[in-house]
Unconditional design. Structure first.
Length: 592
């Protein structure tokens, strides 16, 4: 059979070479020579027809259909061999790429908004494709030797009108917040980034080298260090690879091992239950946020990390991460080796807390893990994260003129978080989801009076698809009370234990619960372009200070007024608990 195929191929090549020369010679020959030449050509055509008939009788119909393109090779079939490199029709199954390279859900903006050649099969790399040749499809994917590279991004800018609601905060002694307290307009960049990701198959192995390099994009403002009247950071978020970036190895059978920085598995596990990612009503205002304000302690990106992503087995997938503290201090008050900020954010002494050290939430080692289950319309996630030796002694320096030594040393303790979430999509195109979360700080009992980092929380969300291009979503988050409260200026009404006149604290068993309400409408224009309208509000208890916009926006609406707004170590932030922030936002988003 194969000898017949080779003979017919050689004969066709002979015709391609001989016929042009023969015709040119015939123009200078006699009529008889021309007739003789035509006779030879007819004889050759008869031989080709005979060989073609032989091939049809020898090859099965299925092979002939494949040769005509009617039956493509399977996703794991070798389609070409060049030297020792096997080029496969599907080089990277989705299970081999980490969550940082795959979107938790089609509606999630965080990290990866769209499937690409680096994270979704089939990825055909067959004969005839040149280096950096564009791959057909909706993504910016290009062929490279042994693999593919994809460019992706998310651009999001909004016009907002928001109030911090400080006018509703309690004013003990007639002291009032400073600055403009009403509604203010702004133009904000929200969760915008650009990146490249890709893979390269290791010759002769069922292993791929994978990588991702991702950078924040500041569209409405200039890139630089972050500085305001309550915090300061040396990290340039608009610098190259400031966001989720890694290199690693992946295997279809064993999963992926990756090195770099990424949104923690704890954060990613329930991202698909957050239809307001990057908006003012993002559930990160409360979920994973242990003390309120701008930072989301258990919804963060962890630097200098190593993590493992398992293959999906019967719908289950495990992700586990370890981030070494890289801190030479026993109480985590140094900057981690290789970093520019304290772990957890901010520079030493940020916000004016003395002594200047990493004492406002800096931690050492971190562990994060998630287990998810997907079965059609059903999604279930369980996650756990732990931060070791979290230093919060600045809470005490804000309460005491001279903090007791035992108290000061005891305010470095472990913190952890656990949650379980579920989501289901009904045939009516209605999706609902819920999360229960438990946050804990393991301080000695004599420090419970100022422990605002331990509580439970809840999130309920629902999305209704109105048309293929329109959807409306609503969400509610609730933060329960904590065992204690360190006091937030206007709520410093009691002397702390062992305190002296001039000291003040919020005290134990105060009302620092909070509720977040969000409603949003999204219209998809097609080609990756969408617009949205979002309204959100927070009802803080008299001692609570949760903020709108935490968890991904360049502009947040927190408890701080305009006093001492220098932004360096000399500033004295005034946080007003009990405020009622709310706002509306209209945005335009482009994803590719």
């Amino acid at each position: 059979m194969f000898s017949a195929i080779r003979a017919s191929t050689a004969l066709a090549a002979t015709l391609a070479v001989a016929m042009p020369g023969a015709i040119a010679h015939a123009q200078d020959s006699s009529q008889s020579e021309v007739q003789e030449l035509k006779s030879e050509v007819r004889s050759l055509k008869d031989q080709v027809a005979a060989l073609t008939a032989l091939v049809k009788q020898t090859l099965p119909k299925r092979a002939l259909k494949a040769a005509r393109g009617g039956n493509r090779t399977s996703s794991r079939q070798v389609v070409q061999t060049q030297g020792n490199v096997d080029l496969l029709a599907n080089s990277v199954p989705p299970s081999q790429i980490a969550p940082a390279a795959r979107p938790p859900s089609p509606t999630t903006q965080e990290t990866a908004p769209l499937a690409s050649g680096a994270n979704a099969g089939p990825t055909t790399l067959a004969q005839g494709h040149g280096n950096f040749e564009r791959k057909k499809g909706p993504t910016a994917t290009f062929y490279v030797p042994g693999g593919e590279v994809t460019g992706y991004g998310n651009f999001d800018v909004s016009f907002d009108v928001v109030t911090k609601g400080l006018g509703s905060a309690p004013e003990p002694g007639g002291v009032k917040p400073v600055g403009r307290l009403g509604w203010l307009p702004d133009v904000a960049t929200n969760l915008s980034y650009i990146g490249v990701r890709g893979f390269e198959k290791i010759p002769g192995q069922n292993i791929n080298f994978v990588y991702q390099l991702e950078t924040q994009i500041d569209i409405a403002a200039s890139s630089g260090v972050s500085e305001n009247n309550s915090a300061q950071s040396n990290v340039v978020k608009g610098g190259l690879t400031s966001r989720n970036s890694y290199i690693g190895l992946s295997s279809d059978e064993y999963g992926a091992i990756l090195f770099g920085k990424t949104d923690a598995p704890y954060k990613q596990s329930t991202a698909r239950l957050n239809p307001f990612i990057g908006m003012i009503g993002d559930y990160a205002a409360i979920m994973g946020n242990t003390g309120g304000d701008n930072r989301v302690e258990f919804g963060t990106r962890l630097d200098h990390s190593i993590w493992y992503v398992s293959p999906t087995l019967a719908g289950f997938q495990l992700t586990a991460l370890y981030s070494p503290g890289q801190n030479t201090s026993a109480n985590s008050d140094n900057i981690a080796a290789g970093e520019s900020d304290c772990t957890g954010g901010n520079i030493p002494g940020s916000g004016g807390s003395l002594p200047y050290a990493c004492n406002d939430g800096s931690f050492s080692d971190a562990f994060s893990a998630s287990l998810t289950y997907t079965n059609g319309p059903l999604y279930i996630a369980a996650a756990y994260e732990r931060h070791e030796k979290v230093n919060r002694s600045s809470d005490l320096t804000g309460e005491y003129a001279n903090p007791p030594t035992t108290y000061f040393n005891g305010d470095t303790a472990d913190e952890d978080a656990a949650k379980i979430g579920a989501q289901y999509t009904f045939p009516t195109r209605t999706t609902i989801g819920a999360i229960f979360e438990d946050l804990h700080r393991y301080v000695p009992s004599f420090l419970e009076f100022q422990n605002e980092r331990q509580r439970t929380g809840y999130w309920l969300e629902g999305t209704q698809l109105l048309t293929p291009a329109d959807s409306i979503s609503a969400g509610w988050a609730h933060a329960d009370r904590t065992p204690g409260d360190p006091g937030q200026h206007n709520s410093s009404l009691e002397l702390p234990p062992l305190g002296a006149p001039g000291d003040g604290t919020g005290g134990a068993h105060v009302n620092n619960s909070s509720n977040l309400f969000t409603v949003g409408y999204i219209h998809n224009w097609g080609a990756g372009l969408s617009s949205y309208f979002d309204w959100a509000t927070i009802f803080n208890g008299s001692y609570a200070h949760y903020a709108l916009g935490a968890g991904g926006r360049s502009i947040t609406y927190d408890c701080h007024d305009a006093s001492d707004a220098t932004g360096d170590e000399t500033s004295n932030p005034h946080c007003w608990a009990g405020a009622h922030p709310q706002g509306v936002s209209v945005g335009l988003r482009y994803r590719f």
